[in-house]
Design a protein around this ligand. Structure first.
Ligand SMILES: *[C@@H]1O[C@H](CO)[C@@H](O)[C@H](O)[C@H]1NC(C)=O
Ligand SMILES: *[C@@H]1O[C@H](CO)[C@@H](O)[C@H](O)[C@H]1NC(C)=O
Ligand SMILES: *[C@@H]1O[C@H](CO)[C@@H](O)[C@H](O)[C@H]1NC(C)=O
Ligand SMILES: *[C@@H]1O[C@H](CO)[C@@H](O)[C@H](O)[C@H]1NC(C)=O
Ligand SMILES: *[C@@H]1O[C@H](CO)[C@@H](O)[C@H](O)[C@H]1NC(C)=O
Ligand SMILES: *[C@@H]1O[C@H](CO)[C@@H](O)[C@H](O)[C@H]1NC(C)=O
Ligand SMILES: *[C@@H]1O[C@H](CO)[C@@H](O)[C@H](O)[C@H]1NC(C)=O
Ligand SMILES: *[C@@H]1O[C@H](CO)[C@@H](O)[C@H](O)[C@H]1NC(C)=O
Length: 591
């Protein structure tokens, strides 16, 4: 059959080749819409839309979608018995109130049904044998209902079911062996329910289970016993489960785990052998806990680890060997902790693999970050938000040639870092939102034009003709249209909150008068004097301080020697490759 689709009540193709439809029409012709097609009919309930799609693998599929809401019964008699996919859902403000018994199996089962979605419909319970005979059903989606308990009889006969989604219900009760008829099940999602305990043998017969999501349930602890039945698990999530610790016997049982998400729980510490069994772990999320330290060799046996999030904990320290053996780590998020310095050795194992690192929201000064970045040549993305930055030195990313994403939002930039950006040739995502920029010059705008994704919102944009005039021109003539039209004026007061999209040159304030301009020049000169004095003082200071360097890439160093960030790092000691002088203190040693 060729690829076809049509909205409710319009016929352009056909697939139902029985005469039962005609019979139905005769009986219920008031509420059923007949679709005639080359002399063959199928039905589609009035409140639904029916179409056929074509997939090279599965062939033609009849999809019935009833999504307007306000439904009290599923118009199952008017749904084509050959339907492959049925979607019943509702907008939030017009939810359905449905019950489901064996409606899809009697009088004759929907033998072709592959996917059944009944969502946002206040379904209170499933009923026994509701899906009996639906041998081809692979996916059931009952999310956003009002289920409070489920049991084995609900799922009898679903021998081919691979995906069961029950998240966003009120499930409290699940007896042992609830899923014992679902021997093909691979994905089980129970997140956002009221589950407090996992009873023994809960997951019996789920030997093929691959993905389990228990997030947002008040579990407080995980019973190791239940994991005996799901030893092939690859992805396990239990975010916001009120967990304080996990019995490590669990990890021993599900040793093939590749992804573990325990974010936003209440872990205060992890033992150094916590994850020792998880040798295949690729992604680990521990963000939003209360960890205060990551000890040496914590992930020594997790050599496959690629993604590690430790954001939003209370970390003051990553021990010198905290990342030992993580030679495949590509993404590290340590944002929103209390880190104020690093041991350079910490990063030694990841120098060749790390692609993104997020330093945002720590107590870090730029020097501490600079010395880490210079040993990470592969870095593509850097997060430097919420660090109270006012500026970034010109050669900050000298060693990070591949930088494509930079986040410096939520800082205190008053000037656009134009010169810095001329050095980051490959930048494609740039976020400088939530700063104190007042204007962008023509050069700034030209640089931004070459960056695919730019975020400039929530700055203190000044809407006078000198400051915003050029920006308005760029808004109407360049690719920056979408970026600029969302900005809002911050000053003068009378224009505060006005969107750039509704701004015209005439509405802008005139440029400041010459007197004001002179005053600001004088003020500027005074500032420069102060800055020069400060710089001289700082330079004097620096010469009295010793600092250290660590290089992993001798060639790269040579290449960049001429533009080395000396002034940033203080005195440089061009030592041999592996020499590490730590701990590293750049900021005033009280000389
Ligand atoms: C469903 O299971 C039955 C019995 O095991 C089998 O014959 C049939 O091919 C299966 N259908 C699918 C789509 O796997
Ligand atoms: C469940 O159905 C809702 C509404 O149709 C849909 O948004 C959601 O993606 C579905 N979930 C799955 C896992 O198919
Ligand atoms: C959901 O079920 C609970 C308990 O059975 C009931 O009190 C509540 O009214 C139901 N909510 C809706 C929206 O039907
Ligand atoms: C690092 O991995 C090697 C090889 O798997 C292992 O022998 C060593 O003990 C690991 N290091 C740590 C600190 O666990
Ligand atoms: C940290 O930055 C990375 C990308 O650099 C981003 O994916 C992640 O969401 C950020 N983390 C937080 C907590 O903002
Ligand atoms: C910066 O901090 C603020 C306030 O804590 C927070 O709302 C915001 O999400 C943070 N932004 C980033 C990118 O970390
Ligand atoms: C800018 O975007 C708006 C809304 O997306 C659009 O209406 C307008 O035509 C665009 N202007 C230019 C010059 O592309
Ligand atoms: C400004 O634009 C935003 C979206 O870009 C819109 O939601 C908002 O209503 C606009 N504000 C005014 C005052 O027009």
């Amino acid at each position: 059959m060729k690829k076809e689709s049509w909205p409710s009540g319009r016929a352009e193709g056909c697939f139902s080749r029985n005469t039962r439809c005609q019979l139905l029409l005769l009986i219920w012709s008031t509420s059923a819409v007949m679709i005639g097609c080359n002399g063959v009919e199928m039905t589609c309930p009035e409140e639904c839309s029916c179409r056929t799609t074509f997939d090279p693998e599965d062939g033609a599929a009849v999809r019935v979608a009833c999504t307007r809401g306000g439904m009290r019964v599923i118009p199952v008699d008017f749904i084509d018995r050959n339907a492959h996919v049925i979607i019943i859902s509702a907008p939030d403000e017009r939810q359905n109130s449905l019950t489901i018994g064996p409606i899809f199996t009697q009088p004759a089962p929907f033998v072709n049904l592959r996917e059944l979605h009944i969502v946002n419909s206040n379904v209170p319970s499933i009923g026994q044998y509701s899906f009996w005979g639906l041998q081809n059903l692979m996916l059931i989606n009952l999310t956003y209902n009002n289920l409070t308990s489920i049991g084995a009889d609900n799922f009898r006969g679903l021998i081919n079911l691979t995906d069961l989604h029950l998240d966003h219900n009120n499930i409290e009760q699940m007896p042992s062996e609830t899923f014992r008829h679902l021997t093909s099940l691979r994905t089980l999602s129970l997140s956002n329910n009221q589950i407090t305990t996992l009873v023994p043998r809960l997951f019996r017969m789920l030997a093929k289970l691959f993905y389990l999501d228990l997030s947002d349930n008040p579990l407080t602890e995980l019973n190791p016993e239940v994991f005996k039945d799901i030893q092939h698990l690859r992805i396990f999530k239990c975010r916001r489960c009120l967990l304080r610790r996990v019995n490590t016997q669990i990890y021993h049982l599900v040793a093939n785990l590749e992804e573990l998400d325990l974010g936003e729980n209440q872990f205060k510490y992890l033992t150094s052998d916590e994850f020792i069994s998880l040798k295949k772990l690729k992604k680990l999320k521990l963000d939003g806990n209360q960890l205060s330290v990551i000890v040496d060799n914590m992930f020594g046996r997790n050599r496959e680890l690629r993604v590690l999030s430790l954001a939003r904990n209370r970390l003051a320290l990553l021990a010198p060997a905290a990342l030992a053996n993580l030679t495949n780590l590509a993404h590290l998020d340590i944002s929103h902790n209390k880190i104020d310095r690093f041991h350079l050795q910490t990063f030694a194992p990841v120098v060749d693999s790390l692609k993104t690192i997020n330093f945002s929201g720590n107590n870090l000064v730029l020097n501490e970050i600079a010395i880490v970045l210079q040993i990470l040549p592969e870095i593509h993305g850097v997060g430097l938000a919420n660090l109270s930055l006012t500026d970034i030195p010109l050669n900050f990313f000298t060693y990070n040639e591949h930088l494509v994403a930079l986040d410096i939002s939520w800082n205190k930039f008053t000037n656009f870092p134009y010169k810095l950006l001329t050095k980051t040739k490959f930048l494609q995502r740039f976020d400088i939102s939530h700063n104190k920029l007042q204007t962008l010059s023509e050069l700034d705008l030209q640089r931004l034009e070459a960056i695919a994704q730019v975020n400039l919102i929530k700055n203190t944009w000044r809407c006078d003709q000198c400051s915003a005039g050029t920006m308005l021109v760029y808004m109407t003539t360049t690719v920056l249209n979408a970026t600029l039209r969302h900005l809002k004026c911050y000053s003068p007061m009378r224009l505060r909150g006005v969107n750039f999209s509704e701004m015209t040159f005439d509405r802008l304030d005139p440029c400041p008068t010459t007197h004001e301009a002179q005053m600001s020049v004088i003020a500027g000169l005074m500032l420069v004097c102060v800055a020069v004095l400060a710089a001289v003082a700082a330079a004097l200071c620096c010469t009295r301080r010793r600092a250290a360097h660590y290089y992993t890439n001798e060639e790269k160093r040579r290449e960049h020697e001429h533009e080395h960030p000396d002034e940033l790092l203080g005195h440089t000691e061009l030592g041999s490759v592996a020499t590490i002088h730590a701990p590293y203190h750049l900021v005033s040693k009280g000389s």
